[in-house]
Design a protein around this ligand. Structure first.
Ligand SMILES: Cc1cn([C@H]2C[C@H](O)[C@@H](COP(=O)(O)OP(=O)(O)O[C@H]3O[C@H](C)C(=O)[C@H](O)[C@H]3O)O2)c(=O)[nH]c1=O
Length: 183
């Protein structure tokens, strides 16, 4: 297992060791000691699993105070996954990193606490599973409009299907300081 840094310090590509044989494949998807050695969290408090149809966009989401680090991976289909640095005072504030994750390529992304997360599903029945370093708190949820021009994410589709909630999120510049994580 190894990690590759991205243009956003802290956002890491995680490349597991994939063992293939005539039966199929095996890989470790979490290992406390290896994670510690790679600079990944050893402790995650919650696992999530979502399925999305083609053209569905979920995001950009974050928790304001109980921020969640997320280790995301795709177990069916494919999607374009995005992390946005929204930590006040960060030299990369407002910058994003995105990449395609697919069940055919067992690569994960680690998105640190203080980042917003979103993804655009590229296929029907795309399934994302992800480990979170903090528990979900509905009262602590925050969001940024997926199409925020100041962030300028190059989404694979221009007319995604989003939830009513996601369609109403504000622009990053409209969020006041107390709603944004600090570096
Ligand atoms: C996130 C979450 C949701 N829920 C319930 C609340 C709603 O009744 C239902 C759907 O929630 P929501 O529409 O917020 O689901 P997503 O749009 O997939 O939200 C997630 O999508 C982005 C990409 C993320 O990174 C976050 O994990 C999360 O914000 O599940 C829970 O019970 N626990 C949870 O941890």
């Amino acid at each position: 297992m190894r990690v590759i840094e991205t243009n956003l310090p802290g956002v890491l590509r995680v490349i597991p060791d994939l063992f293939k044989d005539p039966r199929g494949f095996f890989m470790e998807t979490y290992h406390a000691e290896k994670f510690k050695a790679l600079g990944l969290p050893e402790i995650f408090l919650q696992d999530n699993h979502s399925r999305s149809g083609k053209g569905i966009l979920r995001g950009l989401h974050f928790q304001k105070t109980r921020q969640q680090g997320k280790l995301v991976r795709v177990v069916a289909g494919s999607l374009f996954d995005v992390a946005v640095d929204i930590r006040q005072g960060s030299p990369t504030f407002g910058q994003w990193y995105g990449q395609v994750l697919t069940s055919e390529n067992p690569e994960f992304i680690y998105i640190p606490e203080g980042f917003a997360h979103g993804f655009y599903s590229l296929e029907e029945n795309t399934e994302l599973v992800y480990k979170c370093t903090e528990l979900y708190d509905p009262s602590d949820e925050g969001g940024i409009l997926w199409s925020d021009p100041d962030i300028g994410i190059d989404w694979p589709g221009r007319t995604p299907t989003v939830s009513a909630k996601d369609a109403l999120y504000p622009l990053l510049k409209e969020l006041s300081a107390e709603h944004l994580p600090k570096i």
